[in-house]
Design a protein around this ligand. Structure first.
Ligand SMILES: [Zn+2]
Length: 139
């Protein structure tokens, strides 16, 4: 006898749970009935069977049955947070690079301002000397 296997979607006729109409999230029992009917059980019917045998009951059983879904949801949440973190990190890196470029530009502009200041100071000194010496002496 083969181990029962959980399948998301059945591949054999009648493509659904043997005891109800559920057509996904099934156990494949590998049992073939006359006429080629494959025996599948869905989660709900398996839960009913477990309760009938007294193996598990009520809320605790539901909690355990849903634990996989909860884990999958948490994994998705973690993936979402990782994506957000990566986006934020990328943006921060870009902002830092932009800030560095602006700081370099400010240094460049300060240097240019210093050059202009020196040139204008020097030119105005020359003009002042010209004024102080007067036209007779300059000529
Ligand atoms: Zn069923």
């Amino acid at each position: 006898m083969n181990e029962w296997v959980k399948v998301d979607v059945p591949t054999q006729f009648p493509m659904r749970c043997t005891t109800c109409q559920n057509a996904k999230d099934l156990l494949d029992t590998w049992v073939e009935l006359p006429g080629g009917w494959r025996v599948y059980y869905c989660k709900n019917c398996a839960r009913m069977a477990a309760r009938a045998f007294g193996w598990s009951r009520g809320k605790e059983q539901d909690r355990l049955a849903n634990a996989t879904d909860v884990l999958a949801e948490k994994d998705k949440e973690i993936a979402d947070y990782k994506r957000l973190y990566e986006d934020a990190r990328e943006r921060t890196t870009m902002l830092v690079a932009d800030g560095n470029a602006k700081a370099d530009h400010i240094v460049f502009l300060e240097g240019r301002l210093e050059q202009l200041t020196q040139r204008l100071t020097s030119e105005s000194r020359s003009l002042l000397e010209l004024v102080n010496t007067g036209p007779e002496e300059a000529a």
